[in-house]
Ligand binder design. Structure first.
Ligand code: UDX
Ligand code: ADP
Length: 454
């Protein structure tokens, strides 16, 4: 009989990952379930709920063949041998650990559902980013409610980055699988290794104990974020001294011990993972009596907050220390290009800071719908008359005093800046928060153009 996989949670991680498994392992039946009926309907429609280059083609090939999207969570659990848990783990907003620890209520609720509906042995794979020892929580709940069924819990962290998810899933640097080093655990690990071995070379599949795997996910993100905060801290120094941060990054990146990736100075990192994972890591450190380690990692987030603040302050101070009633065009709202995800996007902080100075902020993003932009900045149901959304970069910039590039969308590189300049208030300012534009050329066109760290 064909192996059956169920994934609970049809989000940015669960959806693309399961689509790839279904594509590469046609003999495996994959069902993705979610309580959110609107989201499932979207996965079953021509307009997928997430924008990800190449994902439409993959889903079109396998949906209805060996990939199914459904709201029937209990049936999904009953029928599958392997259950991926890919639900959201936001930062807690209340109680002990508020603002730092992960909110595990969705994980706990899933574990209880699995215990309730399981009708035989299951392999549970935790796929969400969750702090170390979450697998233990899942196992505890399952064991306490198992009704005699055997459960093996594995950790299989996701390393895909949004915007490049399909490429990352097709050829991952590595697949990490953590499990218990017992005969049952080893067998479960082997079952999951065999799933990935359909397309991932075996030497790229790393197996570890449960805790190492969970820890590696947090640490990978902490290291990546740390590189960005490090280069952003140097950007501030470059601005003060006349060095160019891109030139510095290029020069240090040629050292093979440092390497060229993740050294792009920017308005700050965003996304659902970096900040959350670092805060989690530092919360864990404190819990285990390591306040110095906690403070070390927390400084990566503090530097990022400062970077976002610094960017908006630079806009205000360049515009003669007042932006009140000035129109400022914000180019891009997603946390990076090629995604419609806005979670923790630096654009949110930038828009809020400018609105606090009573600027009129006009946002344009090629993929994020207007209602979502408004809601992210001012909160659901609130109205801010100074905030609006434009349908194009040209519309946003017309009559503006300044442009702030916050997301590095490719289309911003090919805009007709001579036309934009002609339609702006003068002097026209431009702040490139991603260093994607040719500043000397913009200056030649009459812009007062600034980049990050230059
Ligand atoms: C990240 C990890 O890369 C991925 O492995 C993990 O599974 C989830 O978290 P993601 O958040 O999707 O992925 O995107 P990523 O490409 O890592 O970018 C995160 C943020 O850092 C973005 O806001 C991006 O614009 C910013 N960034 C990235 C920089 O500012 N400079 C860089 O050099 C790289
Ligand atoms: P991620 O980026 O980690 O994939 P998302 O928020 O995009 O996170 O997706 C998580 C999904 O998990 C959401 O669609 C949410 O509805 C779903 N979810 C949360 N709790 C449960 C649950 N108990 N049963 C089924 N689905 C759930």
């Amino acid at each position: 009989m064909a192996l059956k996989i169920c994934c609970i949670g049809a989000g940015y991680v669960g959806g693309p990952t399961m689509a790839m498994i279904a594509l590469k392992a046609p003999g495996i039946q994959v069902t993705v379930v979610d309580l959110n009926a609107t989201r499932i309907a979207a996965w079953n429609s021509d307009t997928l709920p997430i924008y990800e280059p190449g994902l439409d083609e993959v889903v079109r090939q396998v949906r209805g063949r060996n990939l199914h999207f459904s709201t029937a969570v209990a049936a999904g659990i009953r029928e599958a041998e392997i259950i991926f848990v890919s639900v959201n783990t936001p930062t807690k907003t209340y109680g002990v650990g508020a603002g730092r620890a992960a909110d595990l209520r969705y994980i706990e609720s899933v574990a209880r559902s699995i215990a309730e509906h399981a009708n035989g042995p299951k392999i549970i794979v935790e796929k969400s980013t969750i702090p170390v020892k979450t697998a233990e929580t899942i196992r505890d709940i399952l064991t306490a409610n198992s009704r005699g069924h055997a459960f093996e819990v594995l950790s299989n962290p996701e390393f895909l980055a949004e915007g490049t998810a399909v490429a990352d899933l097709t050829a991952p640097d590595r697949v990490l699988i953590g499990g218990e080093r017992t005969p049952g655990g080893e067998e479960a690990i082997k079952t999951l290794v065999d799933v990935y071995a359909h397309w991932v070379p075996r030497e790229r599949i790393i197996t570890t104990n449960l805790w190492s795997s969970e820890m590696a996910k947090l640490v990978a993100n902490a290291f990546l974020a740390q590189r960005i905060s490090s280069i952003n801290s140097i950007a501030a120094l470059c601005e003060a001294t006349g060095a160019d941060v891109d030139e510095v990054a290029h020069a240090i990146g040629r050292d093979s011990r440092i390497g060229p990736k993740f050294l792009k100075a920017s308005v700050g990192f965003g996304g659902s993972c970096f900040q959350k994972d670092i805060l989690n890591l530092s919360y864990l450190c404190e819990h285990f009596g390591l306040p110095e380690v906690a403070a070390y990692w927390e400084s990566v987030v503090r530097m990022n907050d400062w970077q976002k603040h610094r960017f908006s302050q630079r806009i205000v101070s360049s515009l003669y220390n007042t932006v009140a009633e000035k129109r400022i065009a914000v180019f891009g709202f997603a946390f990076k290009k090629d995604t419609n995800d806005t979670r923790e996007s630096p654009a949110i902080a930038v828009c809020r800071a400018l609105l606090a100075e009573q600027a009129r902020v006009v946002v344009y993003d090629p993929k994020v719908p207007a209602p979502e932009i408004l809601e992210e900045v001012v909160g659901k149901g609130n109205h801010e008359p100074r905030l609006s959304v434009a349908q194009s970069a040209y519309e946003a910039a017309a009559g503006a005093h300044a442009i702030a590039v916050v997301t590095e969308w490719d289309e911003f590189k090919t805009l007709d800046f001579a036309r934009i300049q002609a339609e702006m208030k003068h002097p026209s300012f431009l702040f490139d928060g991603r260093n994607i534009l040719d500043l000397p050329r913009l200056r030649a066109l009459g812009f007062r153009a600034h980049g990050i760290g230059k």
